[in-house]
Design a binder for this molecule. Structure first.
Ligand code: TXA
Ligand code: MG
Length: 323
């Protein structure tokens, strides 16, 4: 394990140049995307990709998303069906990942696809991610920039909290706008399959394709990082609560839930605001739970439509027993 003196890089051209040079030499560098911070490495360099697994302490059977600057590069590594191209044109750059048949001889490290014959591809919308990908030139493998199983990072300081000394650098792009990982879509023939709810509502995808999405039910496609316990704070969690008990602090949602000790995802009940606040509020409440002598976190119930589907998915995993 390399012991890095992790640096925070500024968002200007110098920061980007420094990040590219570290990435070219095979070092892991975290960078902002509109969803969450990614921990990037040269997707064509086995040693660099292995470094990501090491830094995150991640079970190595989990494949990674290849982030690319544009559709032309995406088409060099994956085969797009008509439906896949429709989604790419409608939602890229943005919080959508497509799992597609991998092309032969792409130069991608087998560690990125974990030996599967599909590859997950995404074009992120964050201007710094775009700059970095354009300057780097090739695909960057990038899982979320947090230790495996922990809450994803939505600011450069969150990245440092979890990965200081384990990665070479983090490019500081402030807070992530979306705050939830990308929605992952695969295909079963021409039928779109939801592999992970995320920052792009499934309703938008279904409307674009004129077709309801199938829910992932296991089978051929590898379950995408869907370990039951994931995104976990140390504190215990109880979801779909109507009010906190004595030994609980509160994660509320909506206007009538502001009187309790804790935080509120969105007082106005806005899903976009709630998604953007989710991981940072969980972090803050986890710290508060510790200072208050080991309290648990009770979470208000959140509607299960639009971004609420992904928010509920993350909350369920965060609340699941840790083994
Ligand atoms: O928003 C995001 O998607 C963030 C930012 C950094 O882009 N990235 C992210 O990566 O969430 P990660 O590694 O934490 O989650 C990627 C998921 C994993 O659960 C993995 O199993 C799944 O994508 N995945 C990758 N390749 C796959 C494939 N070929 N088939 C099925 N699932 C795949
Ligand atoms: Mg993750």
């Amino acid at each position: 394990m390399v012991d890095y003196n992790t640096v925070k890089l500024s968002d200007g051209p110098r920061g980007i140049r420094a990040a590219v040079s570290l990435l070219k030499s095979g070092d892991p560098v975290a960078f902002p995307t509109e969803t969450v911070y990614g921990l990037g490495a040269d997707a064509c360099n086995d040693r660099a990709v292995a470094g990501i697994f090491e830094a995150k302490n991640r079970p190595s059977f989990n494949p990674l998303i290849a982030h690319v600057a544009n559709l032309e590069i995406a088409e060099t590594i994956a085969s797009f069906s008509d439906s896949a191209r429709d989604l790419a044109q409608a939602f890229w750059p943005g919080p959508l990942t497509l799992v597609l048949p991998r092309k032969p001889d792409t130069g991608l490290s087998d560690l990125v696809t974990a030996g599967l014959d599909t590859v997950a591809v995404r074009i992120p919308a964050h201007p710094l991610a775009q700059e970095l990908l354009n300057a780097f030139g090739g695909p960057l493998a990038a899982p979320s920039a947090n230790p495996s199983g922990r809450v994803s990072a939505t600011s450069a300081d969150h990245v440092l909290d979890g990965l200081r000394h384990r990665i070479a650098a983090v490019v500081d792009g402030g807070q992530c706008e979306v705050g939830l990982e990308s929605t992952i879509v695969g295909f079963d023939g021409d039928i779109s399959v939801l592999l992970r709810p995320g920052g792009l509502p499934v309703e938008a995808i279904a409307a674009c394709l004129g077709q309801e999405m199938q829910r992932f039910k296991g089978g051929d496609i590898t379950a995408p990082g869907q370990m039951t316990s994931h995104y976990s704070p140390d504190a215990g969690m109880r979801i779909n609560a109507s009010a906190p008990q004595d030994d609980e602090i509160w994660l509320g949602f909506g206007p009538d839930q502001t009187g309790y000790r804790g935080l509120n995802l969105s007082v106005s009940g806005d899903m976009v605001e709630a998604a953007a606040n989710l991981f940072s509020h969980l972090r803050e409440l986890d710290a508060l739970a510790k200072t208050e002598g080991g309290k648990s976190i009770a979470v208000a119930s959140i509607p299960k439509t639009g971004l609420g589907l992904a928010i509920n998915d993350r909350l369920q995993r965060a609340a699941a027993p840790k083994d």
